[in-house]
Every structure is written in structure tokens, then in C-alpha cells.
Design a protein around this ligand. Structure first.
Ligand SMILES: Nc1nc2c(ncn2[C@@H]2O[C@H](COP(=O)(O)OP(=O)(O)OP(=O)(O)O)[C@@H](O)[C@H]2O)c(=O)[nH]1
Ligand SMILES: [Mg+2]
Length: 407
């Protein structure tokens, strides 16, 4: 059996910022998009892609991908995305669509906060004059909502939990991990948050209300790392806000989800040659495009691609997986000679795995049998033998030699 190594990315923000547009542009799933708040009520789950240069060119082979796609030298690795309902101030207490939306991001390993950088929507996502609303306020309130929601869950039995931990000399980390596993919070996150807040884990009953809130805030930061997507960068009022957002303690990626959606849809119909994340496109079937469509595409080129380098959507997804979650891509092969699987498929799979994964751990990720029977691995670059503790690198091509064959 293959072990799960996937990471879920949550797309969040107040209503009407372009979350579903970004989701649809990444997944090509048809979802409701509209110019008013709370268009999305039920979450959308779908598959998007991380983009990485494929290794087939370097190894001078023709590949035949199975678990991913290869487009003109670009490997697209599937990842899971969830687009949820908009959140408004006070959501954790039930305002707007309430904390139901928050419950939907429990399992998210990282968050993309889609901000309307044009400042054309108020706190609740209602249209206002462009530039009238300050998107920096949205960053603040959203952080606050998530922290308060987590605090609400933790506080439910904090008094009892902290007393028991102390009275019975139980490990606070283990108790909290057990309590918070449903939020995707691991022991390491709890340990880090305690360390950062310099609170004493042996005396949790001494933590004040304010201490607990500080602790939960750190827990949010370490367990749900967040990237800011400054969306609607195609609108003139976005420019100054993007500069201001950049001064916050976040990585900020300027983006036009709408432009990406236009390009992806045109590429899907083979009207243009465009891969997600490209800095330009080429019209290939001019005769099938109306004058209006050509104008729309050229506006995207001028206002977004030339201005920003790309639409920003792919950069955001890549940043989350490769930087925020520190993942790397590794290609397992069985037949080192042909870089193929046992059916002769060349470079069939590529896995996104955590940075620091060893050859032995990688064997387990592919299949329990390969892990149990692990003898050594071979790195295709230079055909070197590597041992079980060898730490894998991004874009490695690895063959596992095992005493046990995959069932
Ligand atoms: N100018 C511009 N408009 C955009 C962009 N992305 C989305 N929009 C528009 O913003 C509006 C809201 O888009 P949605 O994707 O429905 O927003 P949402 O955040 O999912 O909204 P809720 O589901 O209501 O929370 C729509 O009119 C989109 O066309 C963009 O990059 N630029
Ligand atoms: Mg939506």
C-alpha cells in the first residue's frame, strides 16, 4: 500500500475576493463565480498542479507520465485544493456563514489568503469604490478569526486538561496533540508554539487567558502557514496596496486569478499555447477567436503578464508546496537502465515529499514492502549507490533495491 503524503491547501479570505476564480483557474473545475458576497456556500475540492521542470530533458529520454502530466518539458504534479465560503469579521462567533467555513479548513496543511488588493470590496465583500477599503485590515481580521476559532476549540476543556496534565504529571504536548489532531495540529507544532511563547509546559494552570491566546496564535502560525495572494492586480488601485502588503510579515504574491482563468480556458480549447505559470502565450487558432476575445487576451498580456511576469496563480501554488511546506519532487523508477517502471513506462511518477526525507523513508512512501525489504537505493545522476540514511534532493531520480518486491 502506498502511504499518504499529500498536503491539502486551503483557499481562504473574505467574500468576493476571487477565491473561487483562483480555484477554478487552478483546477479547471466549473464553479460558481459572481460579483457579490457568499457565492460559495459549500466548499469546492479539486486537483490543481505544482509546476516543476521535468527531468526527462536532462536524461534525454521520452517520458510517459502516469501520476502527473508533462507539457513541453514542464512536469505538473497534482495537489489537492479546497475553496471555502468567505469569512467575515466575527465568523468564529457565528457571523456570516459562521464557523462552518472554519471547520472546512481543519485538515488544511497551508493556507492561501486571497486578498482583494484593489480595495474595491468592504469587510463583508460588498462592492465599494476601488481603493476605498484597506486590504491590510483584511489580513489582520482574518488572522484574528482563525486564532479565535482555534482558541474557542482549545478553551472548551482547557481548565480540565491543564489540571490533569499537572496533577497526574502527564505530558501536556501529548494531551494537546490528542485533543487537536482534528485540526491537523501535530506535536511538533505544539512544541514550537510553546517554545516561541516561552510558556512553561509543566505549569499550564499558571497560563493566563492572555498567555493562552498568545500560545494559540503561535500555534496557528506554525500549523497553518499562510501565503498572501494580492488578487485583482490587474486593477489600477491594486498597485499601491501591493507595496503596502509587502511590508507585512508575509510573502505576498501579486495575482490576477481572472487572467489565469481566461488563459487556462483558452488553452484548454487549444486556442492558445499556454502552460500554467508561463510568462506569455501564443495564439494558435486566430480564426476561431472573435475580435472581443483577442482583445481580452491582449489585455491580459499587457496588464498582467508584461506587468507582473505571470498571472501569479501558479507561483502561489508552487510557493506553498516548495517553500511554505518545504517539499521536494522525487521520481521513483524500477528499471534504472531505462528510467522506467516494470511496464516500461519512462519516468511514470513524481512524488512531492517533505524536505529531509531519506532514501529508506522514500521506499516506505512508495510501498511498505519496498521499505521493509530495503537494501540500498541508486541515484540516477551518476548511477551512484546511496544508503538508507541518504537525504533525497529535489528532482532526484531514485531506484530502490529491495529484498521484497511490490505486491
Ligand atoms: N479584476 C479582477 N476581478 C477578479 C479577479 N479574480 C476574481 N475577480 C472577480 O471577483 C468577483 C468574485 O470572484 P469569486 O471567485 O466568486 O470570489 P470568492 O472569493 O470566491 O467569493 P465568495 O464565494 O462570495 O466568497 C467576480 O466578479 C470575479 O470575476 C481578478 O484577478 N481581477
Ligand atoms: Mg467563492
Amino acid at each position: 500500500m502506498q502511504k499518504s503524503y499529500s498536503r491539502l491547501l486551503g483557499i481562504i479570505g473574505k467574500p468576493n475576493t476571487g477565491k473561487s476564480t483562483l480555484f477554478s483557474a487552478s483546477t479547471l473545475a466549473p464553479v460558481d463565480i459572481a460579483n457579490y458576497p457568499f457565492t460559495t456556500i459549500k466548499p469546492n475540492r479539486g486537483v490543481g498542479y505544482v509546476r516543476t521542470p521535468c527531468v526527462h530533458e536532462e536524461f534525454q529520454v521520452k517520458d510517459n507520465p502516469k501520476n502527473s502530466l508533462c507539457m513541453q518539458g514542464v512536469r505538473l504534479i497534482p495537489v489537492e485544493l479546497i475553496d471555502v465560503a468567505g469569512i467575515v469579521p466575527g465568523a468564529w462567533e457565528g457571523r456570516g456563514l459562521g464557523n462552518q467555513f472554519l471547520d472546512e479548513i481543519r485538515r488544511a496543511d497551508a493556507l492561501v489568503h486571497v486578498v482583494d488588493a484593489s480595495g474595491g470590496t468592504d469587510y463583508e465583500g460588498r462592492l465599494c469604490k476601488p481603493g476605498e477599503h484597506d486590504p491590510l485590515e483584511d489580513v489582520k481580521f482574518l488572522e484574528h478569526e482563525i486564532t479565535m476559532w482555534m482558541a474557542f476549540i482549545i478553551k472548551k476543556d482547557w481548565a480540565k486538561l491543564s489540571r490533569t496534565a499537572e496533577a497526574e504529571s502527564k505530558d501536556l504536548y501529548a494531551m494537546l496533540e490528542d485533543r487537536l489532531s482534528g485540526l491537523g495540529i501535530k506535536r511538533g507544532h505544539i512544541f514550537e508554539a510553546t517554545k516561541k511563547t516561552a510558556l512553561n509546559p509543566d505549569k499550564p494552570t499558571n497560563w493566563s487567558e492572555e498567555d493562552l491566546l498568545r500560545f494559540v496564535n503561535e500555534l496557528r502560525i506554525v500549523s497553518k502557514p499562510m501565503l498572501i495572494v494580492a488578487n485583482k492586480m490587474d486593477l489600477p488601485s491594486a498597485k499601491v496596496n501591493i507595496e503596502r502588503l509587502r511590508k507585512l510579515n508575509y510573502v505576498v504574491i501579486p495575482c490576477s486569478a481572472e487572467a489565469e482563468l481566461v488563459l487556462r480556458r483558452a488553452a484548454e480549447k487549444q486556442l492558445i499555447d499556454y502552460k500554467p505559470g508561463d510568462g506569455s502565450f501564443r495564439i494558435v487558432q486566430q480564426e476561431k477567436l472573435s475580435a472581443g476575445q483577442i482583445k481580452a487576451l491582449e489585455t491580459v498580456r499587457e496588464k498582467v503578464l508584461l506587468e507582473n511576469g505571470s498571472t501569479g496563480v501558479q507561483d502561489a501554488i508552487n510557493w506553498v508546496y516548495f517553500k511554505l511546506l518545504s517539499m521536494i519532487s522525487v521520481y521513483p523508477v524500477e528499471d534504472m537502465e531505462h528510467l522506467a517502471d516494470h511496464n516500461g513506462r519512462v519516468l511514470p511518477d513524481v512524488y512531492l515529499i517533505p524536505h529531509g526525507t531519506t532514501a529508506h523513508q522514500f521506499a516506505y512512501l512508495i510501498h511498505t514492502d519496498l521499505g521493509e525489504g530495503f537494501i540500498y537505493a541508486v541515484d540516477a545522476r551518476g548511477r551512484k549507490r546511496i544508503g538508507e540514511d541518504a537525504v533525497l534532493k529535489d528532482r532526484d531520480v531514485i531506484s530502490i533495491v529491495s529484498a521484497k518486491k511490490r505486491a
